[in-house]
Design a protein around this ligand. Sequence first.
Ligand SMILES: Nc1ncnc2c1ncn2[C@@H]1O[C@H](COP(=O)(O)OP(=O)(O)O)[C@@H](O)[C@H]1O
Ligand SMILES: [Mg+2]
Length: 253
Amino acid sequence: MIEFKDVSKIYSNGVVGLDHVNLTIEQGEFVGIIGLSGAGKSTLLRSINRMHDITSGSLMVDGLEISKLKTKELRNFRRKIGMIFQSFNLVTRTTVIRNVLMAKVPDMTFWRVLLGVFKKEDKIEALENLDKVGILDKAYIRADQLSGGQQQRVALARTLTQNPQIILADEPVAALDPVTAKQVMNDFKRINQEMNISILINIHHVELALEYADRIIGIRAGKIVYDGPSKDVTEEVLNTIYEGKIPNEMEEA
Ligand SMILES: Nc1ncnc2c1ncn2[C@@H]1O[C@H](COP(=O)(O)OP(=O)(O)O)[C@@H](O)[C@H]1O
Ligand SMILES: [Mg+2]
């Protein structure tokens, strides 16, 4: 469970990223976070795995106040949280399976890392996770030979190999064409349903958010202005979230 209690984040330059946010997310939820560019979506995600510290309030994950975690506890905590970015963040000059196995590096001995020797069971796990995202046949191909959608799937398989409890995805489909974006959203959905991993996705495609997420959190200028089921998101709600500037895709849909 993730619990924000009166959380604010004020950047050192005075910009308010989050403004008195209250939020509870249960294990296994699929949440879409929407809002204009600059609304605070990334700030919200980055607070959860403590990529930055919050300024005030309380942020608990499974009952742990994360601002209080010391170095080693923080490292263990972060292993439970997978992070997916728009830009995939792969080592493009090596194979797909080696990219996926990177998730095991924190558990490996110095010598194994140095020599690049992975355990057989880790390799099997990596292959299983590539299978889960439908690209098992690409395991021994160089990552830069893959399409954008396939690279995002490698990133997803790598994150799964970390055995996360929560996946935070910051605009994971923003760089993909609409058909590929849907395929990747389907992967997230399947992983959410089959593995009970909580998924929080920042997404600027309104219609994708409404189609795939069960719950929508709408942020405007650091404040949560909507929090409820996707099916209850009306045009009025969208106008509130987007300050009357609902992104075009909605009109086309
Ligand atoms: N490192 C930073 N330093 C200062 N201001 C920042 C920083 N990161 C984000 N901001 C500001 O905080 C606000 C929220 O940003 P962000 O969370 O990135 O929004 P979103 O992801 O919704 O586009 C914006 O005004 C942005 O300019
Ligand atoms: Mg962002």
